[in-house]
Design a protein around this ligand. Structure first.
Ligand code: F6P
Length: 347
């Protein structure tokens, strides 16, 4: 790739950290370096532009980061649209640091801000879709998801041995926010006996029936995977929200509540495991490293072509450009066909 005019590209990572972020950063820096451009890290997501915190990013700084989890440039859930004068500060810092383009790597919140800054303020920004939740529209998959599913699947495999040895019901709470992608994929891969996701109503009687029918067939243990975003009948909601208005789902105790209900209704000994941030930690899978790398190269290409307001996206096996507006218009939730695949193995 050759850039006609020398450019300075800012890059930020926003929202929850996610395996593969460093692979994107590396790809953008390497590609920009080939083109003779400079890269600058905007530290800790949108907060870095609000507070004008930058750091030069060259080939040396990104050497060796491909297999590393997290993000070397920091992240936050800062929403400049919720801060007094936040947007003006973002635009001022962008100008003061003499950036020509911004690569925003994030999920629906970070990219939602990017989409608004592009449409309402003409900020030259391109997006890269990251989230373990896989809930972003416009792309078949986000990077980070494969790693989270792999970790959750391994956890389910391990919990099987205790479930079998003790004749227990093991409830596994996984992340995913308002989409059940992690639950459905890890549940299918791990051979879960019941999978509960936010897209489908939870009916305790049905859960109990599946577990009891296993016992009737001589299987004295069960694995139940539940997504943190499920609405459980009778469960109380604590109203805490973040700057984007999202409920803090981990604090709702969905797994605990479900476990208590199952034990009370079946009389079977039940234990609960909340996988939490383990799902986001550590080294990305090979698949996520490759996807993140391809997304990073595409983002650099989009900047080179001056195609702003776009996001790198996966369709089938191709990495294409899709508009940030399309990507952030609505959440990509689990369609019923996917849930049918999971249900085929219930009970
Ligand atoms: O969006 C990624 C995610 O891990 C969700 O699955 C989860 O609900 C949320 O972030 C947790 O956020 P935090 O790390 O701020 O507790």
């Amino acid at each position: 790739m050759t850039g006609a005019v020398a450019k300075t590209i800012g890059m930020l990572t926003g929202g929850g950290d996610c395996p593969g972020l460093n692979a994107v950063i590396r790809a953008v820096v390497r590609s920009s370096d080939d083109a003779g451009w400079d890269c600058v890290a905007v530290l800790e997501g949108w907060r870095g532009l609000v507070e004008a915190r930058f750091q030069d990013l060259g080939v040396l700084e990104v050497s060796g980061i491909l297999p590393r989890g997290g993000t070397i440039i920091g992240t936050s859930r800062t929403n400049p649209f919720k801060l007094d004068g936040g947007v003006e500060k973002v635009l001022q810092s962008f100008r003061d640091r003499e950036l020509d383009a911004l690569v925003a790597i994030g999920g629906e919140d970070t990219l939602g801000v990017a989409a608004k800054l592009y449409t309402e303020y003409d900020l030259p920004v391109v997006g890269v879709p990251k989230t373990i939740d896989n809930d972003l529209s416009g792309t078949d998959y986000t990077f980070g998801f494969d790693t989270a599913v792999t970790i959750a699947t391994e956890a389910i495999d391990r919990l099987h041995t205790t479930a079998e040895s003790h004749n227990r019901v093991m409830v596994v709470e996984v992340m995913g926010r308002h989409a059940g992608w992690i639950a459905v994929h890890s549940g299918i891969a791990g051979g879960a006996d019941v999978i509960l996701i936010p897209e489908q109503p939870v009916v305790y009687e049905e859960v109990v029936e599946e577990i009891q029918s296993r016992h009737a067939k001589g299987k004295n243990f069960s694995i139940v995977v539940v997504s943190e975003g499920c609405e459980l009948p009778g469960a109380e909601d604590k109203g805490e929200v973040d700057q984007f208005g999202h409920k803090l789902l981990a604090k709702r105790g969905v797994g605990e509540h479900l476990g208590e209900e199952i034990e009370a209704r079946t009389g079977y000994e039940t234990r609960v495991t909340v996988l939490g941030h383990i799902q986001r930690g550590g080294s990305p899978t090979a698949r996520d490293r490759i996807l993140a790398t391809r997304f990073g190269l595409k983002a650099a290409d989009l900047v080179n072509a001056g195609e702003f307001g776009q996001m790198a996206a996966l369709r089938g096996d191709d990495v294409i450009a899709c508009s940030l507006d399309e990507a952030t218009a609505e959440l990509k939730t689990v369609p019923s066909e996917w849930y049918e695949v999971a249900k085929a193995f219930f009970g």
